[in-house]
Write a protein that binds this ligand. Sequence first.
Ligand code: NAD
Length: 260
Amino acid sequence: MPQLGFGVWQVPDDEAERAVATALESGYRSIDTAALYENEVGTGKGIAASGIDRDQLFVTTKLMSTDQGYDRALRAFDASLERLGLDYVDLYLIHWPVPSEDRYIDTYKAFEKIHADGRAKSIGVSNFLPEHLERLIDATSVIPAVNQIELHPHLQQRASRAYHAEQGIATEGWSPLGQGKGLLEVPAIVAIAQKHGRSPAQIVLRWHIQLGNVAIPKSVTPARIKENINVFDFELDPEDMAAISALNEDRRLGPDPAEM
Ligand code: NAD
C-alpha cells in the first residue's frame, strides 16, 4: 500500500473523474473513496481513463454503515465494484463501527468471504477504537490490514497507534491536513515550512510519512494535488518532528466513533 494516497471525500461524482485523473498523472497510485461519498462512478472513470495497469494501482472503498450485516455487506460490495467498474479492490473497509447497532462482527465475516474470494485483496476497518478492534480480532480470523482513523497534529491518536503497532495493523490517517482548517496557519508549522522552503501542507504530510502512517490528503486543485505528493525529497529534523508532536490537543474534527 502506498504511504501517500488521494482522498475524494466531498468531491462530487462529476468532478471525481478529473480529480482522480489529475492525481494519477501527478504520481499518486492509491485512491480512497467510499460508497457514502457517492463518487465511486466518477472515481472508476478516472482510473479507467488513466490507462495505468490495474496492478499498479491501490483502490480503497468502504461499506456504508446502513449496509452493515452479513448479507447486506455482500450485496453492497457487489454494487461498489460495479460502480467502480473494477473486478476487485485492494482494500475494503467498514466505514464506522456503529457500536450501538453491534453488527460489525457479522459484517466483517462477510468481508472475510470477499477476501477469500479474492475480490478484496485486503480488508480492514475505519474509525474503530481499540476496544472495537479487540472484540473483532477475538471473534474473527483475518487481522484487519488497516484502521483508517482521523489523524493530524491536533489529534495524534497515540493510544490507537500503539495498539495498531502491537497487532500489526497499519494506521491510515484521514483528514491528515486537519481539513485545511487552521492547522496550516499554526506558527510552529509555518516556521518549519519556512525553514525547509516548503508549504505548511507539505510539512504536515511529511510528518505523517516520518511517523510511519499512511496519509490520504484531498484536494481538487491541480497545483495542490501535485504539491501534496511532493514530500519524498526532503526530511524533517528530529526537532521539527518534536515541535509538531507537541501540537496534540486530542481535538476531533469529525464524530466520536463511540457515539456515531
Ligand atoms: P484533508 O485533511 O485532506 O484536507 C483537505 C482540505 O485541505 C482541502 O479541501 C483544502 O481545503 C485543503 N488543502 C488540501 N491541500 C492543500 C494544500 N496543499 N495547501 C492548502 N490547503 C490544502 O481532509 P479530508 O478531505 O477530510 O480527508 C482526506 C481524505 O480522508 C478524504 O478525502 C477521505 O478520502 C478520507 N476521509 C475518511 C473518513 C472516514 O471516516 N474514514 C472521514 C473523512 C475523510
